[in-house]
Design a protein around this ligand. Structure first.
Ligand SMILES: Nc1ncnc2c1ncn2[C@@H]1O[C@H](COP(=O)(O)OP(=O)(O)OP(=O)(O)O)[C@@H](O)[C@H]1O
Ligand SMILES: Nc1nc2c(ncn2[C@@H]2O[C@H](COP(=O)(O)O)[C@@H](O)[C@H]2O)c(=O)[nH]1
Length: 188
């Protein structure tokens, strides 16, 4: 079976992590763990949610792509991708739209890009509050140029990304099921 990486992208609160967890629970797809210099949120665990790095340790990995997002560094290392592929031919990764664009360019058909969005952007703030994020962090995130950029599908991903409006989680999961079925059936 050919390898595929399901790249889940979209702005903050659109449900990227939720869908990566669904792909893991429903389809046993491991998530590529990426590296970040941001501090862990409550409940986040090193080596599971991220490889949490210092600015110095961040430099030591071999990145397929790396970005700065809302004042912190993030990167997906070749080592992290290989670790996930060692477990399963289908894996997922959660990236900002800049990283998703790089994956589409570098991996071509091996990357299945999913762009999540919502009908009303106002719900994103509410979702981050419900998730338990600190108000100051939410305000910084929503004011960042990266958050605003990711509210719109980048031109390079038009016609490439599968766009899913995640207003209703049950409906979103059904669309993900259809996509996994389609990719599996085309993957001799
Ligand atoms: N369709 C939905 N309706 C209501 N709440 C949702 C929906 N999808 C996800 N959520 C909730 O919204 C919150 C944000 O979701 P999640 O953490 O998956 O977003 P994210 O895109 O990974 O955000 P970030 O980029 O900030 O990490 C979570 O509490 C999640 O349970
Ligand atoms: N281009 C990359 N983007 C990444 C990577 N790891 C995570 N992310 C994205 O960063 C933002 C912020 O994440 P958060 O956990 O602080 O909310 C979000 O869009 C993630 O998808 C990466 O390695 N490369």
């Amino acid at each position: 079976m050919n390898q595929k990486v399901f790249v889940i992208t979209g702005t903050a609160g659109t449900g990227k992590t939720t869908i990566a967890q669904y792909l893991h629970n429903q389809y046993q797809m491991p998530q590529v763990i990426t590296h970040t210099t941001r501090a862990p949120r409550d409940g986040e665990v090193d080596n599971r949610d991220y490889y949490f790095e210092t600015p110095a340790s961040f430099e030591k990995n071999h990145y397929l792509e790396a970005v700065e997002y809302s004042g912190n560094r993030y990167g997906s290392s070749r080592e992290g991708v290989e670790r996930a592929f060692a477990k399963n031919p289908f894996v997922s990764i959660v990236l900002d739209t800049k990283g998703a664009t790089t994956y589409a360019q570098v991996l071509g058909d091996e990357a299945v890009i999913i762009y999540l969005t919502v009908s009303n952007h106002a719900v994103l703030n509410e979702r981050l509050v419900q998730r338990g994020d600190e108000q100051a962090r939410i305000a910084k995130r929503l004011a960042s140029a990266d958050y605003v950029r990711d509210l719109v599908l980048p031109a390079d991903l038009v016609g490439v990304a599968h766009v899913i409006v995640n207003d209703d989680l049950t409906a979103t999961k059904r669309k993900i099921d259809e996509l996994v079925k389609q990719v599996s059936s085309q993957n001799g």
